[in-house]
Design a binder for this molecule. Structure first.
Ligand SMILES: NC(=O)c1ccc[n+]([C@@H]2O[C@H](COP(=O)([O-])OP(=O)(O)OC[C@H]3O[C@@H](n4cnc5c(N)ncnc54)[C@H](OP(=O)(O)O)[C@@H]3O)[C@@H](O)[C@H]2O)c1
Length: 280
């Protein structure tokens, strides 16, 4: 039984491999990576697999039973890239695909949703048995800004009073490992999110509590926030996208209270306070 994991050098991929090692022998695991030079320390077999280079995919997927397709990070190119992987998987006789999609991809107002829902449809049309993991926001997306916020004296965003049900990358990785190593998940689509939800004002309050000093949340209009992010060095288009995702969050795009993630992993999702403490 070979389980191959794409995006294995990424932050989620590394957690997935770590969690899989606890559930199966490492001889069953195969890391698929764009650049084998970056794959140091994974502790499992490695093959080159670039989503944009179909010839690498054909050989990478030989004798793979189960494929964990971690969505590409190259927004805008992902649909074609994912199509290459799914086509190669079909030709190689892969028996199951597990794909990391987006929370409520079919109804989400996030600009990211289109590529994910289209990928889900390609997977379904391929005839390969599948499981879709519709992952919510990583808590780390926000806590990555904790130090900068403390330095600036405010946590800034455009999510207003929107409730965010994020979870740690490690939680989503654990869910992937469960699905990859147990039965009964075929044809299922899981909406995965954290057990608890918070607003960015709640997040600022948690940071305040941990640093022992006041840290207000400052809500900015979308364009002002995008301009600020670009001033901090984000490419303009990406800054605008990030601000847009926050605005979508203000309308509930990152909220979910179904608790499917904690049910899958058999434990509560990592509390916000823990991820904040790690970031600090
Ligand atoms: N739920 C969320 O909040 C959230 C947030 C951010 C991203 N995501 C999505 O979830 C995925 C995993 O998250 P992450 O935090 O692990 O992202 P990450 O750390 O940026 O890792 C992305 C992975 O995708 C690989 N990749 C990119 N382009 C590729 C290509 N052309 N061929 C093969 N591999 C390619 C990267 O390989 P290299 O090491 O060679 O760069 C890397 O291993 C992301 O790619 C993105 O689709 C979700």
């Amino acid at each position: 039984m070979t389980i191959a994991i794409t995006g294995a050098t990424g932050q989620l991929g590394r957690f997935v491999i770590d969690r899989l090692k606890a559930r199966t022998d490492i001889s069953n695991l195969l890391a698929l990576v764009r650049n084998p030079g970056n794959a140091t320390g994974l502790g499992i077999a490695v093959r080159e697999a670039d989503y944009s280079k179909p010839d690498t995919l054909a050989s990478a997927l030989k004798e793979v039973d189960t494929l964990m397709l971690i969505s590409s990070s190259e927004i805008g190119q992902r649909l074609q890239q994912h199509r290459h992987v799914i086509d190669a998987a079909r030709q190689a006789g892969v028996k199951r695909i597990v794909y990391t999609s987006l929370l409520h991809a079919d109804t989400s107002s996030l600009s990211l949703a289109g590529e994910h829902i289209d990928t889900e449809q390609i997977i379904k049309a391929s005839g390969i048995p599948y499981t879709v993991l519709r992952n919510g926001w990583y808590t780390e997306n926000y806590t990555g800004s904790v130090k900068a916020a403390v330095a600036a004296g405010a946590f800034v965003g455009s999510a207003s009073e929107g409730k965010i049900s994020s979870a740690a990358r490690a939680d989503y990785a654990e869910a992937a490992a469960v699905v990859l190593t147990s039965s009964g998940h075929e044809g299922k689509t899981y909406e995965l999110a954290g057990d608890a939800s918070y607003t960015l004002a709640d997040l600022a309050a948690e940071i305040s509590r941990q640093i022992g000093a006041p840290l207000p949340y400052k809500n900015l209009p979308e364009t002002e926030y995008a301009t600020l992010l670009a001033r901090f060095g984000l490419p303009e288009g990406f800054a605008a996208a990030v601000a847009g995702w926050d605005v979508a969050a203000s309308g509930g795009a990152l909220f979910d209270d179904g608790k499917q993630l904690s049910r899958l992993i058999g434990r509560p999702t990592t509390p916000l306070s823990v991820v904040v403490a790690n970031a600090l």
